[in-house]
Design a protein around this ligand. Structure first.
Ligand code: HAM
Length: 431
């Protein structure tokens, strides 16, 4: 047992996992509000799946031979029943599992989204964390290029809503499994020829997942990767038509893109369209959003075959970019800050606070002993546009003194007394 007299060693947060404190979280809430409105605008509905899933869901869904499954998952054995469990490293596999389990695709396709934390044991740095957050958007049961394009157009709208200009679109097609198989054979031949420049991961993945070898960041392997046979050249007519369909719609919507034949994504479930939105303003972790089509995943996870396409936005990265691009004052903690002096005034303050909230205002009633002066300081720091002052005089007169704290609140600065009965109306009008 721990003796209470022993000093307790402070506990810090886990490396790569961030606390979100009130100042920053206010910005997140603003952002989430914009995002939810944007998602509603396209008819997406919210789903929430567990943070913990069976490990085999991700091993099968994301692919055994991927960085995520091989080295980045928080996997542990449940001490109570011996099951292998994993903290979700992404949301798509969980959402697809849920859609199968609840027969969601039985009679119609589904547009769904989820917002929440995901976990990857990567080396932490700016824009790369071990717990981070995604806005995950999935269109389940749709096969046409119109939906691929709609998702991309939808993202362009979000950048516009946020006032972001420095994001660009990279696009590729991964074709279908048979096309990938033909490309794979040619690629393995190429890798065998350049075996001497392959690093350890490259050697190991050469036969198990050769496409992933091209996804390398190793500078010594860039030349080999650049000269490798391009999957794009192995696409058949149907895959090309799908890709052209997407490109045409993007052109119609006025969205520019760069065809990047090296774009393979870090998860194995993709086919046909894949895309990423990248920026140069975030250093080495410049991908703010990634996604694509994954027509085989529902069947791979045991469901009746159904096409699907989606994407996920990295929230930390996007917020970082948003903060850099758009200066915004921190939102106020409340509309009205109530300061008071004396026991009776304190009681009145609580009541006035409730009345003003009834009228739709957000109100902080000062708590704890403090002089008027320091209460005013707090009122000012809260960002409230008005202070309501209650002292002995106000109690006697059943009135409140009102002081506007922001000079932009109609230039009003002088203090005025307002009868309590009319206070809410006065404050609401002066907003
Ligand atoms: P992903 O590319 O692995 O795709 O992740 C999506 C986004 O999450 C990335 O573009 C990036 O912004 C962010 N992200 C990834 N790793 C980290 C990290 N360690 N720290 C901070 N942000 C990070 C997926 O997860 C797929 N499930 C997307 C998808 C949905 N595809 C189809 N549907």
């Amino acid at each position: 047992m721990i003796k209470m007299t022993q000093a307790f060693q402070k506990v810090a947060a886990i490396r790569g996992m961030n606390d979100l404190l009130p100042g920053a979280s206010a910005r997140w809430e603003q952002f989430e509000e914009i995002v939810r409105g944007w998602l509603r605008g396209y008819g997406y509905r919210n789903v929430r799946t567990p943070v913990l899933e069976h490990t085999r869901l991700f091993a099968r869904g994301i692919g055994e031979v991927t960085d995520i499954v091989e080295k980045e998952m928080y996997t542990f054995t449940d001490a109570l029943n011996g099951e292998s469990l994993t903290m979700r490293p992404e949301m798509t596999a969980g959402i697809v599992r849920a859609s199968i389990e609840h027969n969601m695709l039985y009679d119609r396709p589904q547009r769904v989204y989820s917002i929440g934390p995901v976990f990857r044991h990567e080396r932490p740095q700016r824009g790369r964390y071990r717990q981070f957050h995604q806005i995950d958007v999935e269109a389940l049961g749709f096969s046409g290029p119109d939906v691929d394009a709609e998702l991309i157009v939808m993202l362009a709208r979000l950048w516009k809503l946020l006032g972001l200009t420095d994001v660009r679109l990279e696009l590729n097609s991964l074709g279908q499994p048979a096309e990938r198989a033909a490309h794979r054979a040619a690629l393995i031949e190429h890798l065998e020829k350049h075996r001497d420049v392959l690093d350890e991961d490259g050697q190991r993945r050469m036969y198990s997942n050769p496409l992933r070898v091209l996804d390398t960041k190793n500078p010594a392997m860039q030349e080999m990767a650049d000269s490798a046979p391009r999957l794009f050249d192995f696409l058949g007519d149907e895959s090309r038509a799908h890709f052209d369909g997407v490109c045409q719609r993007l052109a119609e919507a006025g969205i520019e893109y760069r065809l990047n034949p090296r774009l393979v994504r870090g998860l194995d479930y993709y086919n046909l369209t894949v895309f990423e939105w990248v920026t140069d303003r975030l250093g080495s972790q410049g991908t703010v959003c990634g996604g694509g089509r994954y027509d085989g995943l529902v069947e791979l996870l045991g469901g009746k075959p159904a096409p699907a396409v989606g994407f996920a936005i990295g929230m930390e990265r996007l917020l970082d970019l948003w903060e850099q691009s758009v200066q915004m004052p921190a939102p106020a903690e409340c509309d009205v800050y109530v300061v008071h002096q004396g026991e009776e005034a304190q009681r009145l303050a609580a009541r006035v606070g409730e009345d003003l909230r009834d009228a739709g205002l957000s109100v902080i009633v000062h708590a704890g002993p403090a002089s008027f002066k320091s209460q005013f300081k707090r009122a000012d720091a809260s960002g409230a546009r008005v202070a309501v002052i209650l002292g002995a005089d106000e109690v006697a007169a059943q009135a409140a003194s009102v002081k506007y704290l922001r000079s932009d609140a109609q230039g009003e600065t002088a203090q005025q007394q307002v009868p309590l009965a009319g206070l809410a109306d006065v404050l609401n009008i002066k907003g």
